[in-house]
Design a protein around this ligand. Structure first.
Ligand code: GLN
Length: 535
């Protein structure tokens, strides 16, 4: 069924952290399950150009797309739900909007006009939204507006939504996500905060078409009627969003509440023409909820206080666990607290360890101690990015006998930089800055563990790092038993290292976690979980 691209905006009211990203992804999943092509975009009202420079404690994980954009972690949810890659165009910040407007102003593109928030900033926002529609690849573009209605920073975005709603008429709707707090003293869900946040939207000229209400309890008919009456929406457009045991349950909850059907109706599309096919999704959920085994894996990192810092890794374990019919429990271990004395205690009872990515020298020695312990005690190990680099440093120090082996990043003065900022990096085209960002090809060497794990010999994986394995040491490592099993074919960079005489010891320079989705769990995570399970 051909029609113009439809635009769906998702705004949030009452409080932050209501899960707009999951609601947007769930709605997208339902539309996709009806056979439509869908993409999701996140507009972030902060002034950073992208979240690349943000400390993970501030904003959780930085998610990297194939085209090398450093983006908001919600894009990870979009990819995990839809199994369709996102790109730079899927995440726009206020910083990026202002940057392009100011660049245009300097070039004289505004022909001497006074450059203002309205219309110049709002036009730029509208262009970024419509751009995804113009690609012709998507029947639906769902745009999530970051922040909460009423924030000063969000105002230009809400104004852009108002204008688009007016311009696009039937091709555009607004879904507003709110919270109905539960008062235990009276035993009721309260609607007033929702009424106020809808009023706030109305003050900006935006009438939401659908309300999605987060609540700890069921919404009675009365509550639905009250919200409909006071917020000018139809009663069927008041959608209940109860807390779910897993984010992956939310598409089913939304289907039960008929969110997709109401959305289609509002966009004048006959919902009866298509039906939701979520059979493989339900199969995944069934496996997720009926594991036959349980394992405990240690995740060693330095941002463990905020689990969102490792969102894609923990979700990759959910996907890999489900396909293995195995519940993966993650024990979060702070690398700074690990010492030679307590390492055995810290890793006690853990059947596998993952050493996480990271930047800077804090917590490095704890990661290296962990890897030594895993190597010597045959504990399955997966090292990602800095985790792989630490595995190389550990091997150089303790097997090759290069006692001062280090990374030039952590110790610029070291005479044995086994992890270095290599000259060869310059042969690679960079998207920006000095980081190797986005998807790069990797050739898997025959007769290696990696070759057993990956279905094909030529793969691409996403990167986000500055430093590389120093190829001057290649021969030493190989002779001592560390295999270099994945190589970037263009620049000869080492992408995967592994140990033969070990049940599972793999370090990867790239970030496999970014590519794990419900439909396609990442082969490295799947193999790691299997190795731990079968130990
Ligand atoms: N800090 C290391 C580098 O830049 C590793 C980065 C990472 O783990 N993403 O090479």
């Amino acid at each position: 069924m051909q029609h113009d691209t439809k635009f769906i905006f998702v705004t949030g009211g009452v409080t932050s952290s209501l899960g707009k990203g999951i609601i947007a992804a769930s709605l997208a999943k339902l539309l996709q399950a009806r056979g439509y092509t869908v993409t999701i975009q996140k507009l972030d009202p902060y002034i950073n150009i992208d979240p690349g420079t943000l400390n993970p404690y501030e904003h959780g994980e930085c998610y990297v797309t194939d085209d090398g954009a450093e983006t908001d972690l919600d894009l990870g949810h979009y990819e995990r739900f839809l199994n369709v890659p996102t790109s730079r165009a899927n995440n726009v910040t206020t910083g990026r909007i202002y940057q392009s407007v100011i660049e245009k102003e300097r070039k004289g593109d505004y022909l001497g006009k006074t450059v203002q928030v309205i219309p110049h900033i709002t036009d730029e926002i509208k262009n970024r939204i419509k751009e995804l529609g113009k690609t012709g690849q998507f029947q639906f573009v769902i745009t999530e507006i970051g922040g909460t209605v009423g924030d000063i920073e969000s105002l230009p975005y809400i104004e852009a939504v108002r204008q688009l709603k007016w311009e696009l008429d039937n091709d555009c709707i607004v879904v507003h996500l709110t919270l109905l707090p539960y008062l235990s003293t009276t035993g009721e869900l309260k609607t007033k905060p929702t009424q106020h946040s809808v009023k706030m939207l109305l003050e900006s000229g935006v009438q939401p078409d659908i309300l999605v209400c987060r609540a700890e309890h069921a919404l009675s008919k009365d509550i639905r009627r009250k919200l409909a009456l006071f917020c000018n929406v139809e009663a069927e457009a008041v959608i209940e969003a109860r807390d779910a045991s897993s984010i992956y349950e939310v598409p089913l909850l939304m289907e039960r509440e008929k969110l997709d059907a109401v959305v289609l109706k509002k966009l004048a599309i006959d919902a009866a023409q298509t039906h939701v096919n979520l059979s493989s999704w339900k199969e995944f959920l069934h496996k997720l909820h009926h594991p036959k085994n349980e394992i405990k894996i240690g995740l060693v990192g330095k941002y463990v206080e905020l689990k969102d810092s490792y969102k894609s890794i923990s979700e990759a374990f959910v996907h890999a666990g489900a396909i293995n019919e195995c519940k993966v429990h993650i024990e979060w271990i702070h690398s700074e607290n690990i010492t030679e004395e307590n390492i055995a205690e810290k890793l006690k009872g853990l059947k596998g360890v993952l050493v996480a990515p990271g930047f800077g020298s804090r917590g490095i020695e704890g990661k290296i101690l962990t890897i030594k312990y895993a190597r010597e005690h045959n504990i399955p190990f997966l090292g990602i990015c800095l985790g792989m680099q630490c595995a190389v440093i550990e091997f150089a120090r303790n097997v090759l006998g290069l006692k001062d082996a280090h990374s030039r990043e952590m110790n610029p003065a070291t005479s044995s930089p086994v992890i270095d900022l290599l000259e060869t990096q310059k042969n690679l085209s960079y998207m920006g800055g000095t980081m190797r960002l986005g998807a790069y090809p990797c050739r898997i060497e025959a007769d290696t563990l990696a070759a057993k794990i990956y279905p094909t010999a030529n793969i691409t994986e996403r990167h986000r790092h500055r430093y590389e394995f120093n190829n001057e040491y290649e021969q030493h490592f190989k002779e001592a038993g560390m295999e270099l099993s994945g190589i970037n074919p263009d620049a000869g960079l080492v992408e995967i290292v592994e140990l033969k005489k070990h049940p599972f010891f793999v370090g990867v320079q790239f970030h496999p976690e970014y590519k794990s989705t419900v439909e396609k769990p990442h082969p490295l995570f799947v193999a790691f979980v299997r190795a731990v399970k079968e130990l």
